[in-house]
Write a protein that binds this ligand. Structure first.
Ligand code: FES
Length: 95
């Protein structure tokens, strides 16, 4: 079964330059992955991605099917991101 909502979270670590890993993207991804598996099964999928080209605005992530970036996130923003993903899932299921 295909996931309804996907969140691609940058886990790229550039050497000697600003990157999402140094801003806590691994911790944030781990939190979101655990939550999505336990709460939404395959309906919401969290994917570790490479660089999304938004390094100075990281932690960067891209939400599908909305095709929207979420930028300047921190590991403390997981509650807000979860709410946003659940809203995206609601819209997909209603359409
Ligand atoms: S290192 Fe995360 S967007 Fe480039």
């Amino acid at each position: 079964m295909k996931s309804h909502v996907e969140l691609h979270v940058c886990n790229y670590e550039r050497k000697d330059d600003e990157n999402c890993i140094q801003k806590g993207s691994k911790e944030l991804t781990d939190k979101l992955k655990k939550w999505s598996k336990e709460t939404h099964g395959k309906d919401i999928k969290i994917i570790r991605s490479g660089c999304l080209g938004k390094c100075s605005e990281g932690i960067a992530m891209a939400c599908y099917p909305e095709k929207k970036f979420i930028l300047e996130a921190t590991p403390d923003d997981s509650k807000e991101i979860k709410e946003r993903l659940e809203e995206a899932l609601r819209k997909v299921l209603e359409s």
